[in-house]
Write a protein that binds this ligand. Structure first.
Ligand code: ASP
Length: 589
């Protein structure tokens, strides 16, 4: 028997009993004749004590234990004289009379404590040591619980978990595919799924009615911050549903998950159209933990001789409460410079300060009277002590820039409170996006997304401009400014699907070659259907108020898409290449 108890479960009520524990040496210290050794496992830390006078041989051995040695200790539980209230086992210690070293350890390259001194790549290289740390373990345990609760809820709603293949033909989600050469079909390649999109739709044609899968997806994208080339989705699809059924079902899922993992009841899930989200927040994933809505000012400020505003497509502002006194001219200058960095690219920042003494101070005081500036303030509900920030320029850019400023002010003013969750649905996305560079339309969601019913006839016979105004039956769930899920009602009509492929620039032959199997399936009685997918890693991170999904993935890749532990990707043997009929020629730069 390696252990009678784990390292997290002994309490004062166990005092007097003889127990055995096993675990890793976290720390040891010698105090006079006593040696204390903290032993850790997944469940906690328990203190061992050795007394040099009572047991010199054993204590000498204990003093030789190094960090991360694996030990087994037997002894009597006793009450501690100096207790540690920060530890569940802090009332007791084990007076050891038998110590076995199960395994030794090299000195670890970083400290295995909650706050480690290990840099990212080092932690990833020695991920097995990193995972010994409590915060990482807690993340993985949370993830496991979240998956379990997802299955419980969806099972309760009649969903069936069905696996779909990983070796497939490319799925069009807009990213690059990872490809796998086929040995048996030389010169041909499988693609790893960017999502199980086409399979889940086929499962609806197959009559499975409600499908889900917690599934790996693969996208060969340039790795922007916090993207992983392989990530996990909760992927779902339902038949005979309208948007409303889907929103209700998955709002229910997310409520269930918060209730059963965080013990928290979520408030309302407001619904906002894509247009409204852009107009009020400059983003299709607004963080609704705080207000600071955009106020558009074209009507109010134009025609007063200030050419910057007069020439702008959009003049728009936000109101930051209560900072008029605390924000010095230097702070405002810094903020302006922050906005002018190339990443954001604002030309300048106009502000209006409503000071406590009732006076108004502004960068545009020359062009507007105090009365006009006070009237402007009223549009924002500004009070004494508030500052209004105004940006102007081209519509899309200006909204993006003001979105950055709003988020920055939210951060600076502590309005994005950890532990607070503001979910919402964003609806009515455009169906198609016009891409100037390639001179073609792209699907905003994916090519199987249905236009809104009211837009179908316009889609079938409208002109080019009309296509830009089509709305999709697509929806995103957003929590605290992060898109955690998205999906759509699908096209289930062959003619409409063909028209969509036409608009997306596929010839009949191309559409047939790429999606013939799906179009074929649609000819055998496709039910109306729709679904969505949640980013499982992101959901874990958002629910824990963390920004990085990497910390919720046991073995993540770094920013170059490398697994630092197993050192992948890596070259393969010539033999393997030959078998696959592949020749590799790398052009050295
Ligand atoms: N396949 C989509 C995605 O990965 C989700 C969906 O439309 O259900 O974003």
């Amino acid at each position: 028997m390696y252990r009678s108890h784990n390292c997290g479960e002994l309490r004062i009520s166990d005092a007097g009993s003889v127990v055995t524990i096993s675990g890793w040496v976290q720390k040891s210290r010698d105090l006079g004749g006593l040696t204390f050794v903290d032993v850790r496992d997944r469940y906690g830390v328990t203190q061992l004590v050795f007394n040099i006078d009572e047991n010199p041989e054993l204590t000498t051995r204990a003093r030789k234990l190094g960090r991360e040695f694996v030990v087994q200790a037997t002894g009597k539980v006793r009450e501690r004289s100096s207790k540690n209230p920060n530890r569940a086992t802090g009332d007791i210690e084990i007076d050891v009379d038998q110590l076995i070293v199960l395994n030794e350890s090299k000195v670890p390259p970083f400290t295995i404590e909650d706050d480690t001194d290990g840099g990212d790549d080092l932690r990833m290289k020695f991920r097995y040591l990193d995972i010994r740390r409590t915060p990482v373990q807690n993340n993985l345990i949370f993830r496991s619980k979240l998956a379990l609760e997802t299955r419980k809820y969806l099972d309760g709603q009649g969903f069936v978990e069905i696996e779909t293949p990983f070796l497939i033909k490319s799925t069009p989600e807009g990213a690059r595919d990872f490809v796998v050469p086929s040995r048996l079909n030389q010169g041909q390649f499988y693609a790893l799924p960017q999502s199980p999109q086409t399979f889940k739709q086929i499962l609806m044609v197959a009559g499975m009615d409600k499908y889900f899968q917690i599934v790996k997806c693969f996208r060969d994208e340039d790795l922007r911050a916090d993207r992983q080339p392989e990530f996990t989705q909760i992927d779902c699809e339902m038949s005979f549903v309208h948007i409303e059924d889907i929103l209700n079902t998955f709002e229910g899922l997310v409520r269930h998950l918060f209730r059963h993992t965080l013990n928290m009841e979520l408030g309302d899930f407001p619904r906002m159209s894509y247009d409204e989200a852009l107009r009020l927040y400059g983003s299709d994933k607004p963080d609704l933990r705080f207000g600071m809505q955009f106020v558009e000012l074209n009507e109010t400020v134009k025609g007063k001789g200030f050419s910057v505003f007069d020439d702008a497509e959009l003049v728009v502002g936000i109101c930051a409460k209560g900072i008029a006194e605390s924000y010095s001219n230097k702070d405002l200058k810094d903020l302006t410079e922050w906005l002018q960095r190339p990443q954001i690219g604002a030309k300048g920042l106009v502000y209006v300060k409503y000071q406590e003494d009732g006076s108004v101070k502004s960068t545009i005081g020359k062009f507007y009277t105090d009365e006009e500036l006070l009237a402007l303030g009223q549009k924002f509900g500004a009070e004494k002590g508030d500052v209004i920030f105004i940006l102007s320029g081209e519509l899309e850019k200006t909204r993006k820039q003001l979105n950055e400023l709003r988020l920055e002010m939210g951060r600076r003013l502590g309005l994005m409170k950890p532990g607070e969750y503001a979910p919402l649905w964003v609806l009515d996305f455009p169906l198609l996006e016009w891409d100037e560079d390639s001179g073609r339309f792209h699907a905003m969601h994916h090519p199987f997304t249905s236009p809104k019913k009211a837009d179908i006839s316009r889609m079938m016979d409208g002109d080019h401009e009309t296509m830009k105004s089509l709305r999709a039956d697509a929806y995103d769930m957003v929590i605290n400014g992060a898109e955690i899920g998205g999906g759509s009602i699908r096209i289930h009509d062959r003619a409409l699907q063909s028209r969509n492929f036409d608009l997306l620039g596929f010839t009949k032959e191309e559409a047939e070659a790429q999606f013939g199997f799906l179009l074929g399936a649609f000819e055998y009685g496709a039910p109306p259907h729709g679904g969505l997918a949640f980013g499982f890693d992101r959901l874990c991170a958002v629910m824990n108020g963390q920004s990085s999904i990497r910390d919720f993935i046991a073995f993540p890749k770094n920013n170059q898409g490398r697994d630092m532990m197993i050192d992948a990707p890596s070259p393969i043997h010539d033999e393997q290449l030959k078998e696959l009929c592949l020749q590799i020629k790398i052009d050295k730069m």
